[in-house]
Design a protein around this ligand. Structure first.
Ligand code: GLP
Length: 244
């Protein structure tokens, strides 16, 4: 794993944007894996800026999002579908036909997961997957002890994740307890992975990831087995790591 340390969140967002735009411009039909949460918001802002400057186009780009809450309508501002439209897709030239986000209100969730996997296979592999990390080491919504051989599935959220994500909801009771998430094996099949880590509250997670064995207790530790992972982390996120 290659680690790029940058000063702060703005620098992280700019660096991640250059990284992604370079790949999009190199590839003929890029397939991107995208993430939600606070961390990639700055990246998406930077991408919109580059798009407005005519430095990147999404006409040939296909995207697959990592996850979606179960039981939330796509029109709900807390759905990841709404987030992606609001933060990125509505501001660039991507066709919504080329955008895939699991449907958290599908009548048959298991079938939805299977179809999501099939859609990824049909698009060929994901060229570059953007990831954030949970304070407990989760990737996507794959919580500690999720099998490394998992594929897209309905995941139960840990109490700590519900608590962390409750900042987006009116009350903690409104936070869904389940989500559809790409599995760990699905994520690992991406050709390249870009992991973004920002802020002091992720410093412990980054230090643990770098020092622990590869274990299902720390889902992100699986990334050590991938041959092409770049971590971009800001100084605050590196604060514990730099003390070890
Ligand atoms: C959420 C998402 C993850 C995200 C993580 C960190 O639960 N499912 O994909 O990486 O939490 O989010 P944030 O960037 O807001 O800290």
């Amino acid at each position: 794993m290659k680690i790029i340390q940058v000063k702060d969140y703005d620098a992280l967002s700019e660096r991640a944007c250059s990284f992604l735009v370079e790949r999009i411009n190199e590839l003929e039909n890029p397939v991107l894996g995208l993430a939600t949460g606070s961390t990639p918001e700055g990246l998406y802002k930077q991408i919109i800026k580059k798009y407005n400057q005519g430095k990147v186009s999404f006409q040939q780009v296909k995207t697959f999002n990592l996850d979606e809450y179960v039981g939330i309508e796509r029109t709900d501002p807390n759905s990841y579908y709404y987030f992606m439209k609001d933060k990125l897709f509505d501001h660039i030239d991507i066709s919504l036909d080329n955008v895939q986000i699991p449907n958290g209100i599908a009548p048959d969730l298991r079938q939805e997961c299977e179809e999501y996997e099939e859609a990824i296979q049909a698009a060929g592999e994901i060229d570059i997957q953007v990831l954030g990390i949970g304070a407990n080491g989760h990737i996507g919504f794959n919580e500690p002890r999720t099998s490394f051989t998992s594929r897209t599935q309905v995941a139960d959220l840990e109490a700590s994740t519900i608590e962390a994500n409750s900042r987006f909801f009116h009350s903690i009771e409104e936070v869904p307890t389940q989500a559809i998430s790409m599995g760990i094996e699905t994520i690992m099949e991406s050709k390249e992975i870009l992991l973004l880590i920002s802020g002091e509250n992720k410093a412990e997670a980054l230090a643990t990831l770098l020092t622990c064995d590869v274990t299902e207790e720390v889902p992100a530790s699986v990334l050590k087995k991938h041959s092409n992972v770049t971590i971009i982390a800001d100084e605050a996120a590196c604060s514990v790591m730099n003390q070890v």
